[in-house]
Design a protein around this ligand. Structure first.
Ligand code: HEM
Ligand SMILES: CC(C)=CCC/C(C)=C/CC/C(C)=C/COP(=O)(O)OP(=O)(O)O
Length: 304
């Protein structure tokens, strides 16, 4: 839990607002991908162009709340972050900003995002996004992360929600199609994260965070990565099988999944550090292109 410590000296209180540090607290690249998946969810919710208010204000609200969740995560994890090689240069461990500033920033982003969704989009989307924020910032970061090696499997549900949030921003109702997209991200999360966790195993062991490669070993984690990659391939067929997406999506998603499985297999057989980071990097490109493929396919069929 965050406390003022020697690595985060009170001198940071006197420096004014460090906008760069506040920006970094929002995990901007993660939030960008989250918003992309929400935009695609919003676009798939209707056969034409979604209403501008749902599209623009909806995704802005979702993005602000995701950024708020990320800032809460930095605040709650600042001591563990200070001890890990990957994270020790983050704004809180270096003292670039004070803990109270991070907490205020996280609260501000979350409240503004929630208000936008509640009043200008719809209460359903506001409450579902709030549930995702609590799922990530409180349930995952504060509890699950240190409680069980299944932390990221269960916590992954929060990060998987954005396509549904985009959809409800447009339709104000939950239906089966966006839940398939949630399932896609939910299945993608374990291989996305465990690849990185293999490469950064020492870090997690040092701070006693029970990530799977620490508790069950690298060999077991690699096996699960291969199994989840197979499951991901199967789940990626579903939008086509239920008639939600067409052949363009099917071809592109198969190509992406073959590459994913190839890299997962290479990690299984090969070098922990290099092959793990390769799979981790590709997992991000994969999710981005998969959602672009869903959108391209949707619009192609809308035009034909
Ligand atoms: C519980 C679920 C998840 C866990 C545990 C997780 C974990 C991580 C970790 C530890 C990193 C490295 C961050 C760093 O080095 O600063 C990362 C990077 C990343 N993750 Fe995830 N992730 C999850 C879900 C997601 C979701 C849902 C998305 C987007 C839809 C996502 C997109 C990204 C991106 C784009 C990066 C690269 C960030 C950068 O290079 O700055 N992740 N993830
Ligand atoms: C829509 C909404 C409000 C959703 C919030 C979802 C959200 C921001 C998910 C981010 C997922 C992520 C980067 C997890 C890593 O946390 P970590 O603490 O394991 O990784 P770290 O050590 O890099 O901080």
């Amino acid at each position: 839990m965050a406390k003022l410590n020697t690595l985060n000296p009170p001198s940071s209180l006197n420096k004014g607002i460090n906008w760069r540090a506040l920006y970094k607290l929002t995990k901007p690249k993660v939030v960008a991908l989250i918003v992309l998946t929400a935009v695609v969810g919003a676009c798939l919710a209707t056969s034409g162009l979604p209403p501008w208010q749902a599209l623009l204000v909806g995704n802005l609200g979702i993005g602000l709340m995701a950024a708020g969740a990320a800032a809460f995560n930095h605040y709650i994890d600042s001591e563990a972050d200070a001890a890990m090689a990957r994270t020790h240069k983050r704004p809180l461990p270096t003292g670039a900003i004070a803990n109270w500033q991070a907490l205020l920033w996280a609260s501000l982003l979350s409240v503004v995002g929630f208000a936008m969704l509640y009043w200008w989009v719809n209460p359903l989307t506001a409450w579902l996004t709030a549930a995702s924020l609590v799922g990530y910032a409180v349930i995952y970061t504060l509890w699950l992360k240190r409680a069980t090696p299944q932390n990221i499997v269960i916590g992954g549900l929060a990060g998987a929600m954005p396509p549904l949030l985009g959809w409800t921003a447009v339709n104000n109702a939950i239906s089966a199609e966006p839940l398939l997209l949630v399932m896609l991200i939910f299945t993608w999360t374990p291989p996305h994260f465990w690849a990185l966790a293999i490469a950064r195993r020492e870090d997690y062991a040092k701070v006693n965070i029970p990530m799977l490669p620490v508790t069950h070993g690298v060999g077991f984690t690699k096996k699960l990565i291969v199994l989840y990659s197979l499951l991901l391939f199967a789940v990626a067929w579903l939008p086509f099988l239920v008639g939600m997406s067409g052949v363009l999506y099917l071809v592109l998603s198969c190509a992406l999944n073959l590459r994913f499985m190839h890299l997962a297999w290479r990690l299984y057989k090969g070098d922990n550090q290099r092959d793990a980071m390769r799979l981790f990097a590709f997992s991000i490109v994969y999710l981005m292109l998969l959602f672009v493929a869903l959108l391209a396919d949707h619009w192609l069929f809308a035009l034909l």
